[in-house]
Design a protein around this ligand. Structure first.
Ligand SMILES: [Zn+2]
Length: 124
């Protein structure tokens, strides 16, 4: 099995509804996102997936989140913008944009860091 990953960052505000503590107040994070693809075989030129295409897909999703208050728009106007839910959201949005790969490469997981030491990972 091969894996490739691309990291990206964005800055956003959020507030966790129903959380008993300071995270229920509006605050911000400099998020880091890692999108990982996995697949059993490489293409004819030795790639699992083209990094350029993967970066473009990630950036198009990150653009919708960057410098915004996440609670203000779907799906985070109804579900909490926790790192876990953000990871799932990014996974689903990037999945819609990915060109299907003949070698079977698919997104295996998305990890979102809220700080250097706290992260959440979504895996389908
Ligand atoms: Zn937070």
């Amino acid at each position: 099995m091969f894996e490739v990953s691309v990291d990206e960052t964005f800055s956003s505000g959020h507030a966790l509804r129903g959380y008993k503590g300071k995270c229920e107040n509006v605050h911000g994070h400099n998020y880091k996102v890692r999108v990982t693809l996995a697949g059993p075989k490489l293409d004819s030129i030795g790639l699992l997936y083209d990094f350029v295409h993967l970066k473009q897909a990630i950036q198009s999703v990150i653009r919708t989140l960057d410098h915004r208050h996440l609670n203000d728009f779907a799906p985070f106007d109804t579900i909490n913008p926790s790192a876990e839910n953000i990871a799932q959201h990014i996974f689903e949005e990037i999945s819609k944009q990915m060109k299907s790969a003949e070698n079977g490469a698919t997104i295996s997981q998305v990890t979102v860091w809220e700080t250097d030491v706290t992260s959440a990972t979504y895996r389908p």
